[in-house]
Design a protein around this ligand. Structure first.
Ligand SMILES: CC(C)(COP(=O)(O)OP(=O)(O)OC[C@H]1O[C@@H](n2cnc3c(N)ncnc32)[C@H](O)[C@@H]1OP(=O)(O)O)[C@@H](O)C(=O)NCCC(=O)NCCS
Length: 189
């Protein structure tokens, strides 16, 4: 008998503090996450904590909320963008917590934040074409592919010029988000 997946754990995004950065960087530089992102220097994270155009959050899920552990982090950029174009700059979860619905829950919460609190007209991101899981997640959450920046990032660990990946640019517009809400596709737990 196949049992259904257990319900994903409750989720909170709380503003990142300087004291969180060791864990943020540890999660970001985990060798299993590195192929999918271009890690920042600590100073870039520090800047993102104080520059108002950014929102930097620690992901807290399930029982970890009580213990104050960090299950991942997310960064929004363009929060003061005059064109109301907000970017999902980064989402990285602890390797052990991946594949249980937490990423989807985060993306849903971030959409609500972007279109609700930040009044975004456009919410966008780029993702490496080799990152099949993230691509599937964004597409199934209603993000539309806008185009590809061909061979724009080096594949981690490869030195020769053949080792390039393309970035897929995806977005959602506010009217598309409203339509998804009306259809009941944007439920939060
Ligand atoms: C990408 C990431 C945020 C997704 O979070 P997650 O909690 O692992 O993903 P979820 O469990 O919510 O799964 C979301 C969807 O991904 C897809 N998916 C999961 N594993 C997959 C795989 N191995 N291949 C293809 N698609 C996959 C499925 O569509 C899944 O939804 P479903 O199971 O309901 O059908 C997380 O895996 C992560 O931090 N990865 C490393 C960093 C990264 O790639 N960040 C994104 C950079 S743009």
């Amino acid at each position: 008998m196949t049992l259904p997946d257990p319900a994903p754990p409750p989720l909170r995004l709380r503003p990142t503090m300087l004291s969180d950065l060791d864990d943020v960087i540890r999660i970001e530089t985990d060798s299993r996450n590195l192929p999918f992102i271009t890690p920042w220097e600590r100073t870039q994270h520090e800047a993102a904590l104080r520059i108002p155009d950014f929102r930097h959050f620690v992901v807290e899920a399930g029982d970890n909320r009580a213990s104050g552990s960090r299950d991942g982090f997310v960064i929004l950029q363009g929060c003061r963008n005059p064109h109301r174009s907000v970017e999902l700059k980064r989402i990285v979860l602890q390797r052990e917590g991946q594949g249980h619905g937490l990423g989807r829950a985060c993306v849903r919460l971030l959409k609500r934040m972007a279109f609700g609190d930040l009044h975004a007209h456009r919410f966008w991101l780029d993702v490496k074409s080799l990152d099949r899981r993230a691509l599937a997640l964004y597409a199934s959450e209603g993000f539309v592919e806008e185009g590809r920046l061909r061979e724009s990032v080096r594949i981690t660990g490869m030195d020769d010029a053949a080792g390039y990946d393309s970035l897929v640019v995806m977005s959602m517009l506010d009217r598309e988000y409203q339509a998804r809400c009306a259809l009941g596709c944007e439920g939060l737990r």
